[in-house]
Write a protein that binds this ligand. Structure first.
Ligand code: FHN
Length: 561
């Protein structure tokens, strides 16, 4: 009895031999919905960047013609003999890490192929090593029940037909043939699909010279060979999902996305490379899944074939944490509470998982949902949870001794389907200005990155900024309704440019002063005679240069700043 893989390969082989299936048959370029859902449910993958360049400790592809002369780079494979490569060991590391899929660079921009390809001699079978790495790793992953996918660089600076060459594709070849190169690329991709498939994903990259039409034709070609494959957005066309790189994507439940990020600094092996601490690794995963995305976390194995022991250890530490709290990671959707300085949340069916990373100074976290919707709460990291209704929603707290340094995991049971709760933000500052409508007299280059809203988002890493040489400016806050405000916190960038300011409120259509001051500085807290208004304004009357503010918090009279 053929298993799925054998069946898939025999159908491909049969159709390509007996029925001459026109490989260019027009196929739907949309992903199979079930396959897309399965890809999203996996949530966490391991990216592996490897090749003969690991002998040098320099960056794969980019070092060619840069730190390493092209002729020298292209001969490295003859010395490449990773005798300690053990695909089962890599698959075990993947399993220990808690990833549900692996993506290996089968061909990076340098054109070297890690499988037994018939399209070029520039491949692993002609290296000292002489073993089919893709075949061994695909088999080892499947043995572990881990989905296997392949990275395949759209650009190829080694191939004589590709228009661009090293360094970095910055040199245009005098003679080239993009159509012939595209045929080469398709023949290789078909080898990967037919001989090593079915693949979970085809991860294309750096589509230099590939316009949307060429990219979409490539997607259709791939989907004609394997209809349920998932393809990223780096063929030149949109593909099935977006790929924010080295950063966590924004909250987005509409279009699937996957953050790809390195555990160290370099994608390929680099001795003594800086490695991310465990807390950062796990919070990266939590913020990613909390945003409804996947995380593809990268390692660059050593030239002897091992994944560096300290990196294995870090991945296994991650895996132990993920193993404990995976219920809120795999098979969930992001939200309903938007990621923020407080933490992140995921949901599935009637469950919401809160990953609380920072608690408000004065205790409870405020969830902007009615208490009646919450029928249960438990701390997965152990201990008790206090949950009660307040006039601003549900207040939730966990005793300090039960809080987890990386994230305190609270599982809420709700009356409705959690995914249907409208996504909303959680404020940890208790500021009445949090998330409110903000306008300003000046915004640095009118950039979204520096809008006045950035000063009301509770995020200490975003700020309102103004243009250079601006010496006076204002930031106006509309609370939406009248509130009685008796305190504020203003956190100025440490450039400390502000020399004179007022906190004003609108009364009887006139701006009046609630507080007047000189320098602001870092996290300046002020109290004043409470005033009742809907509109408030930070009016900067004198500044040595464009003022810039991390946060403005307004506190109602019964809250302490
Ligand atoms: O140039 C590559 C880089 O080497 C690495 O493969 C990353 C992974 O997403 N992609 C390209 C840079 O965007």
């Amino acid at each position: 009895m053929l298993n799925r893989n054998q069946l898939f390969r025999s159908v491909c082989l049969l159709s390509s031999i007996c029925f001459c299936v026109p490989w260019t048959v027009q196929a739907a370029s949309q992903p199979d919905p079930a396959a897309m859902r399965q890809w999203q449910d996996r949530r966490f993958g391991l990216f592996i960047h490897w090749g003969p360049v690991s002998l040098t400790g320099k960056e794969i592809g980019w070092a060619r013609g840069q730190e390493i002369p092209i002729e020298e780079y292209d001969q490295l494979y003859k010395k490449f003999n990773p005798t300690r490569f053990d695909a089962d060991q890599w698959a075990q590391v993947a399993s220990d890490t808690g990833v549900k899929y692996v993506v290996l660079t089968t061909k990076h921009h340098d054109g070297f192929c890690l499988w037994d390809t018939r399209q070029t001699d520039y491949n692993i079978m002609n290296a000292s090593f002489g073993r089919d790495v893709v075949k061994e790793l695909a088999a080892a992953c499947r043995k572990k029940g881990i989905a296997f996918g392949t990275y395949y660089s759209t650009c190829d600076w080694h191939h004589p037909d590709f228009p661009l060459t090293s360094p970095g594709g910055s040199v245009r070849r005098e003679t080239h043939n993009l159509n012939r190169y595209t045929d080469y690329l398709k023949a290789q991709v078909k080898e990967l699909l037919v001989n090593y498939g079915p693949l979970s994903v085809l991860w294309f990259d750096v589509p230099q010279e590939f316009d949307t039409a060429r990219g979409q034709a490539l997607i259709d070609f791939v989907r004609a060979v394997q209809p349920d494959i998932i393809i990223n957005n780096r063929t030149g066309a949109e593909g099935d999902y977006s790929t924010p790189e080295q950063r966590i994507g924004g909250f987005d439940r509409q279009r699937p996305w996957e953050t790809c990020m390195t555990l160290c600094r370099q994608w390929a092996w680099k001795p003594e490379d800086a490695m991310k601490p465990l807390k950062e690794c796990i919070r990266t995963l939590l913020y990613t899944v909390g945003g409804d995305g996947n995380l593809l976390f990268n390692v660059g194995p050593m030239p002897d074939g091992r994944i560096e022991p300290r990196q294995v250890e870090r991945l296994q530490e991650m895996g132990r944490w993920v193993k404990r709290y995976g219920d809120g990671i795999y098979g969930t959707r992001g939200g309903p509470f938007l990621p923020g300085p407080w933490g992140a949340s995921t949901c599935r069916d009637d469950k919401i998982y809160l990953y609380v990373m920072n608690w408000p100074e004065n205790g409870s976290l405020r969830l902007p949902v009615p208490m009646k919707d919450i029928t249960g709460a438990k701390v997965l990291s152990g201990g008790s949870v206090d949950i009660r209704q307040t006039d601003e929603g549900v207040a939730i707290n966990v005793p300090e001794k039960n809080r987890d340094e990386i994230a305190t995991v609270i599982e809420l049971t709700v009356a409705a389907k959690a995914f249907e709760i409208r996504p909303c933000s959680i404020c940890i500052s208790q500021s009445a200005a949090f998330g409110k409508n903000a306008t300003a007299s000046d915004v640095y280059r009118n950039s979204d990155e520096y809008t006045p809203a950035r000063a009301l988002d509770d995020d200490p890493d975003t700020r309102w900024a103004t243009n250079a040489s601006v010496t006076s400016a204002w930031l106006q806050i509309d609370l939406g309704s009248e509130k009685t405000i008796g305190g504020a916190m203003i956190d100025e960038h440490d450039w400390n440019r502000i020399k004179k300011f007022e906190l004003q409120y609108m009364d009887d259509l006139k701006w009046k002063t609630a507080y007047a001051g000189t320098a602001v500085g870092s996290q300046r807290r002020i109290t004043f005679q409470p005033v009742r208004a809907q509109l408030f304004r930070l009016s900067i009357l004198d500044s040595s240069d464009g003022p810039t503010i991390w946060e403005v918090h307004l506190f109602e009279e019964n809250h302490k700043p």
